[in-house]
Design a protein around this ligand. Structure first.
Ligand code: PLP
Length: 394
């Protein structure tokens, strides 16, 4: 018998993963070229060539004991140092080795920080729409997820409701910008207001509320938009970064946490995160990938390929009468479901071999997410289906 907790988790297992499997089945039936799978955020752009060259050179020329051995649970010191310097160079911050912990992707980083912070019943706030896996990450440590309802005007966080829902039990707030699933970048004005609310509430309740900035999409932005670096606005900020999307390495499981020394209880949190990395069974972030990051910290994927998909998809959907907000970052587009029922709408899209994810899985019914991290020919190939789908409702 599996545990009671897992029964529910298995039943509600990710709809995105299920659609990904469905896409593969549809490809067997209709031919891969006739299926337009926009369900999963698996990068379509190849990793930068420097990454491949680094892997080959590292395994050929670096000491096997260094490349494949155990290390400090927070990661190789030299890698953490390179990462800290890179953030300082790009964001104008002042981090050092001690502020960086290498993690098993963003998912590993979030689990580690929640393991470090949460007591049973502690509340973690999220702004809908949000990455649905947060539910499980918080539940893993018996935290309670508190949802803030979406602001469907511009998909910036709903700060009035946020202010009302903060309690003495609020331990953390997750912010994800650029956002999955909307592609929206939270403005500096939003971040300043959010930080002020948190400062006030910390004083009111005499607590520490940690802002967890989950930012796997930081580098995937368009039109030169700036993404504010949250540690500059609020001292109790933890940044969770990942190379899954920024270097197209999701299967390699590499990322890091940034823990600023100004944050409340810094030394204890650093110690707890280090131990959490070990006892959750990660032990440390993958060693070969850490060595790759040391060499490829400045490498970039070809964001222009995603931009090309974004432009075509957004312009054509608007022309067909869809209601959507132009993504400022990520490779997702969030579109209003014709008829209002996102699940029915995503099912209707399947008639045209188009797979999109209902917004319900992101806490935002009535919308669907289109992941345009696909070959450009797929975007072009799906347009006819998107047009016919719209006409069904018009
Ligand atoms: N956070 C968000 C918002 C994501 O979209 C994803 C993956 O899609 C993750 C975290 C997990 O990323 P990683 O592969 O780095 O664990």
């Amino acid at each position: 018998m599996i545990s009671e907790k897992m029964v529910g988790l298995v039943q509600n297992s990710s709809i995105i993963r299920a659609m990904f499997e469905e896409g593969k089945k549809m490809a067997d039936i209709y031919g891969e070229e006739n299926v337009f799978d926009f369900s999963i955020g698996n990068p379509s752009v190849e990793p930068p060539v420097e990454v491949k060259e680094a892997i080959i050179d590292i395994i050929t020329n670096e000491s096997p004991n260094l490349v494949h051995g155990y290390m400090n649970n927070s990661g190789y010191e030299d890698v953490r140092d390179v990462v800290a310097k890179h953030i300082n160079k790009t964001q104008g911050t002042a981090f050092a080795t001690e502020n960086i912990v290498m993690t098993v992707g963003a998912a590993g980083g979030l689990n580690v920080i929640f393991k470090a912070l949460l007591n049973k019943g502690d509340e973690v706030m999220v702004f809908a729409p949000y990455f649905g896996e947060y539910r499980s990450y918080v539940n893993n440590y018996d935290g309670v997820l508190v949802e803030i309802s979406p602001n469907t005007v511009d998909f910036q966080p709903n700060l009035d409701e946020f202010k009302e829902k903060i309690t003495a039990k609020t331990k953390a707030v997750i912010v994800n910008t650029p956002n999955n699933p909307t592609g929206v970048v939270y403005s500096e004005e939003t971040i300043c207001k959010l930080a002020m609310i948190l400062e006030d509430k910390q004083k009111e309740f005499g607590t520490s509320i940690y802002l967890i900035s989950d930012e796997p999409y930081r580098e995937l932005v368009y039109d030169g938009i700036e993404v504010p670096y949250l540690t500059k606005y609020y001292k109790n900020t933890v940044v969770g970064y990942s190379y899954s999307k920024s270097l197209s390495l999701p299967g390699e499981r590499i990322g890091y946490l940034v823990l600023p020394k100004e944050m409340d209880d810094f030394a204890n949190i650093v110690a707890a995160v280090n131990v959490a990395n070990r006892i959750l069974g990660y032990v440390n972030a993958p060693s070969l990938m850490q060595r790759v990051i040391a060499r490829c910290v400045d490498a970039k994927v070809d964001v222009e390929s995603y931009n090309r998909n974004r432009e075509v998809l957004y312009n054509k959907l608007m022309e067909f009468g869809y209601d959507c907000i132009k993504p400022q970052g990520t490779f997702y587009l969030f579109v209003k479901a014709f008829g209002g029922d996102d699940i029915a709408f995503a099912n209707a899209a399947k008639k045209y071999n188009i797979l999109i994810v209902p917004g319900t899985s992101f806490g935002c019914p009535g919308y669907c997410r289109i992941a345009y991290c696909v070959d450009h020919s797929k975007v072009v190939g799906a347009l006819d289906g998107f047009e016919k789908l719209a006409k069904e409702y018009q």
